[in-house]
Write a protein that binds this ligand. Structure first.
Ligand SMILES: [Zn+2]
Length: 162
């Protein structure tokens, strides 16, 4: 179970969004609260946030325990703070990170699709990925990313723009 705070609200959600995540905070539309696949998609983003935040927080905590570094405590707090906010610039500024982040989250969404609906849901997820995340990829490329072998995030540098 990933630590997260889930709030049911329509605030801060664009019309097409059922939910979104800000760090460990997940916003879900009240009308979508029963959609497990949506919640799991957003929790995947929270998991991604913890993977970035935890090393900086742990390192800052360990260094703060060293008496010799006592005069540098302000910098260690800044290091921990850097971990807390790192995901936002990576997501906003780096297309490969943003693409990896959403492909991983949509793969989680698709794991919840029933076998009968899986092709339709794959097509919907590919359309959403191609249209809403400033990735400049085609729906067929999105479909390949969602259904092909998983890639590491740096391999998304090579995904061509459409
Ligand atoms: Zn997402």
């Amino acid at each position: 179970m990933i630590p997260a705070l889930v709030i049911h609200t329509n605030l801060l959600l664009s019309n097409w969004m059922g939910g979104r995540a800000f760090g460990p905070l997940v916003l879900i539309r009240p009308s979508q609260r029963d959609r497990t696949a949506l919640l799991e998609h957003e929790l995947e983003h929270v998991r991604q946030w913890w993977w970035l935040a935890t090393p900086a927080i742990v390192l800052a905590g360990l260094l703060a325990a060293l008496p010799v570094l006592a005069p540098w405590r302000g910098w260690l707090v800044a290091l921990a703070g850097f971990g807390l906010v790192l995901q936002a610039p990576l997501y906003l500024l780096l297309r490969p990170y943003r693409m990896w982040s959403e492909v991983m989250a949509y793969r989680v969404t698709l794991r919840h699709a029933s076998p009968a609906a899986s092709q339709r849901q794959l097509a919907q997820a590919a359309a959403s990925l191609a249209q809403h995340y400033w990735l400049r990829i085609s729906e067929s490329t999105a479909c390949e990313l969602l259904s092909g072998a998983p890639r590491s995030w740096w391999q998304y540098w090579r995904v061509p723009r459409s």
